[in-house]
Write a protein that binds this ligand. Structure first.
Ligand SMILES: Nc1ncnc2c1ncn2[C@@H]1O[C@H](COP(=O)(O)OP(=O)(O)OP(=O)(O)O)[C@@H](O)[C@H]1O
Length: 258
């Protein structure tokens, strides 16, 4: 039997005294789109960092397609779309430069792009509909365009897994629809996708499965099941019952984002 795309087994992570993940376990099969939800501080970003091999867990193990995460990352298998606040948008890089970063693993130490690198970047830019913005400084794009530029970086990289941290925060509806369509296409090409989001309304439309995180995985299943009010209450506290919890049958309604 082939290895799951993501295997997280009893993973515990501390930052000093803070317990960020507490024996968290999660398995995601290849070509699935999995939504990760949980309140602020529930460990979503930490889980991403563990999956990317940027943090070594205090306990437990992580395998990405059967490999240690550091190896999967080195081989270019993991694309990452960071939270907007984690990026220095003033950095003097064009959109094309950002997407070209996805090709670094394919280049020698001189980092001189080959014809194939340039073609892969052009293709990725077209796919996210940013061809006409290629020469713009990255900070001069809209919120949604920035996210699409990072998705293009993952595409150029040939990533078999894409991790997206809050891809819809500060994003207009058109970009949200474009990103959703792209992620669906990538998944049907075999890419495994893990998305952390506070946008509960977007989940049923976007994801095949959803995970409720509160330092450990409280629940993992179909979005409609995970979004049941009593399950959200378990992860977010009772307060969420008083908010406009999405109806799975009408997922496309608008909602403010965290
Ligand atoms: N570098 C760090 N040093 C100390 N504590 C940290 C660090 N990074 C995260 N934490 C703490 O670990 C816990 C989990 O944080 P994490 O960023 O993984 O949560 P999150 O679910 O991604 O939150 P958010 O939804 O706000 O992005 C929080 O209590 C946070 O304050």
């Amino acid at each position: 039997m082939s290895s799951p795309a993501i295997l997280v087994e009893n993973v515990t992570v501390h930052y000093g005294e803070v317990l960020a993940l507490d024996s968290a376990s999660l398995t995601v099969d290849a070509a699935r789109i999995c939504g990760l939800i949980g309140m602020n501080g529930s460990g979503k970003s930490t889980l991403f960092k563990v999956i990317m091999g940027m943090i070594k867990p205090d306990a437990g193990r992580v395998l990405i397609g059967g490999q240690p995460p550091t190896r999967a990352r080195k081989e270019g298998g993991i694309g990452y779309v960071p939270q907007s606040e984690d990026v220095d948008w003033q950095f003097p890089l064009s959109v094309r430069d950002v997407v070209m970063m996805g090709r670094y693993g394919h280049q020698g130490f001189t980092r001189r792009p080959s014809k194939a690198d340039r073609a892969a970047v052009d293709l990725a830019l077209d796919r996210v509909e940013l061809g006409e913005y290629a020469e713009r400084q990255i900070g001069q794009l809209s919120g949604g365009q920035k996210k699409r530029a990072f998705v293009a970086r993952g595409i150029a990289q040939g990533a078999t897994m894409m991790l997206l941290d809050e891809p819809f925060a500060g994003v207009d509806k058109r970009s949200e629809a474009t990103i959703t369509r792209l992620l669906r296409e990538l998944a049907s090409d075999g890419c495994t996708i893990l998305i952390s989001t506070h946008d509960l309304h977007a989940l049923p439309n976007l994801c095949d499965e959803a995970v409720l995180l509160m330092r450990r995985v409280l629940m993992h299943g179909a979005p409609e099941l995970v979004l049941q009010p009593e399950n959200l209450a378990m992860a977010f506290g009772l307060d969420v019952l008083n908010r406009d919890v999405p109806e799975p049958a009408h997922p496309a309604t608008t909602e403010s984002r965290g």
